[in-house]
Design a protein around this ligand. Structure first.
Ligand code: UGA
Length: 439
């Protein structure tokens, strides 16, 4: 919404939320999320044509176009628990729109939703007594965290799906005209509403599948002395495959991939497509396997006992350039290490507050230290969880001196100079590559 306000001064954009504390932070100098470049855009537009408040009723009455971006977590209860999307917030919003709208509105699905949710929305909205017509269009968001502003400013594509009725097509065109203020028209694509909804789930499933594919091969590389970086390079140079998104890791995290794949799996099962469901569920299973494998590798390397050994986690965010820790593989790894009775020192430039919340109530010794070099002091091992750039440039000679010996590094992101670390004295365990040990 901030980007629309920034690029289109002719529109008035109002963001409403039921959470007053969050709205207050959007109105302050301390925005509730860390996203490079976002502060500048919000500062440039806030109070001019971008407004944040909690008056949902008024905003719904006044707006001509309503973007619905409420959360749709995985259902934790009843039918489809652990798989299907929990649509209660979505439904509540539909009811509010029906109650307060007062006139025709275009409703834009921004949240990622199961296929045919727009139909449910339409049914709720049209079951009103006052005969108001609503057009529901689907406009999924493809931005990634950490690069959100860049992705919004220069998107690969904008997708807008609608009903093929005259009023559906007209609503779709209105949205096209908003994006055309800054996105080249050939990158604004349109489709029917169900294709649009499904494309979002499938796009995330394909991206996550690439990571699980490369991670599964990283396990094989470790058994065969092949090198995952070399394999990924050789495979990715085939232009049909492409070289992006092939970095082996401790597993993908984030609020979307797992949730969206499970949603896709649930849909397939719903339609009786067991084989298709199993195929996509494999992407999540490999991701879980990769996290388990990482901890077991640590345990094996450190002579099968981690009790009372100090382990420093470099990074806790699910990826670099964000403070977000939702579904971060670091959470699972921290919990497993604590079960082994290891002591944890956690460092991250943006995610320490979230890490504290995530690990609150866990049994065991955990400390949180902002400076990575200080965090590693007195530790037996460093495990890289997040690919923050700062971890590449640290003074590892000094860090080595300050650690217990033998000192270990487990590079869960393959971002460090492994040969150099080995020369310094570390025992180095990269992912999907031969390890470098002094034993
Ligand atoms: C993802 C998609 O990339 C976006 O296109 C989509 O809009 C978004 O989900 C969403 O549905 O909201 P995001 O979760 O922000 O974006 O971050 P990604 O860059 O996709 O990274 C996801 C996870 O995969 C991270 O844990 C990252 O470290 C990991 N990853 C990524 C790898 O392990 N290896 C790679 O090569 C790339």
């Amino acid at each position: 919404m901030a980007m629309i306000a920034y690029k289109c001064p002719q529109y008035k954009v109002t963001v409403v939320d039921i959470n007053p504390a969050r709205i207050e932070r959007w109105n302050s100098d301390d925005l509730p999320i860390y996203e490079p470049g976002l502060d500048e855009i919000v500062k440039a537009t806030r109070g001019k044509n971008l407004f944040f408040n909690t008056d949902i009723e008024k905003a719904l009455k006044e707006a001509e176009i309503i973007f619905v971006s409420v959360n749709t977590p995985t259902k934790t209860f009843g039918a489809g628990a652990g798989m299907a999307a929990d649509l209660q917030y979505w439904e509540k919003t539909a009811l509010q729109i029906r109650q307060y709208a007062g006139s025709h509105k275009i409703i834009v699905e921004k949240s990622t939703l199961p296929v045919k949710t727009a139909l449910a929305m339409e049914r709720i909205l049209t079951s009103n007594e006052n005969g108001i017509h609503f057009d529901v269009v689907s406009n999924p968001e493809f931005l990634a965290e950490g690069t959100a502003v860049k992705d919004l400013e220069d998107p690969d594509r904008v997708l807008i799906g609608s009903r093929q009725t005259p009023s559906g097509l007209k609503a779709r065109q209105e949205l096209v005209e908003i994006y055309a203020n800054w996105v080249p028209r050939e990158r604004i694509i349109t489709s029917n509403i169900w294709s649009s909804e499904l494309s979002k789930l499938v796009a995330n499933a394909f991206l996550a599948q690439r990571i699980s594919s490369i991670n599964s091969i990283s396990a094989l590389c470790e058994c065969t002395d092949a090198d995952i970086t070399e394999v990924a390079r050789a495979v990715g140079l085939d232009s049909r495959v492409g070289d992006k998104f092939l970095n082996a890791s401790i597993g993908f995290g984030g609020s979307c991939f797992k949730k969206d794949i499970l949603n896709l799996v649930y849909l397939c099962r719903h339609y009786g497509l067991e084989q298709v469901a199993d195929y996509w569920e494999g992407v999540v299973k490999i991701n879980d396997f990769q996290k388990v494998r990482f901890v077991l590798n640590m345990l094996g390397a450190m002579f099968n006992t981690l009790a009372e050994r100090r382990i420093c986690l470099f990074g806790f965010a699910f990826k670099a350039n964000t403070g977000d820790t939702r579904e971060s593989p670091a959470i699972f790894i921290a919990e497993r290490l604590l079960e082994e009775k290891a002591e944890l020192v956690i460092t991250d430039p943006e995610a320490l507050n979230n890490a504290k919340i995530d690990l609150d109530g866990m049994n065991g010794k955990i400390s949180y230290v902002e400076d990575p070099s200080k965090a590693a002091e007195g530790c037996d091992a460093i495990a890289v969880m997040t690919e923050w750039e700062i971890y590449r440039g640290l003074n590892y000679e000094e860090i080595y001196k300050s650690m217990c010996k033998p000192a270990f590094i487990f590079d869960g992101r393959n971002i460090l100079d492994h040969n150099r670390l080995f020369e310094i004295g570390f025992n180095v365990f990269p992912l999907g590559k031969p390890h470098l040990t002094h034993f």
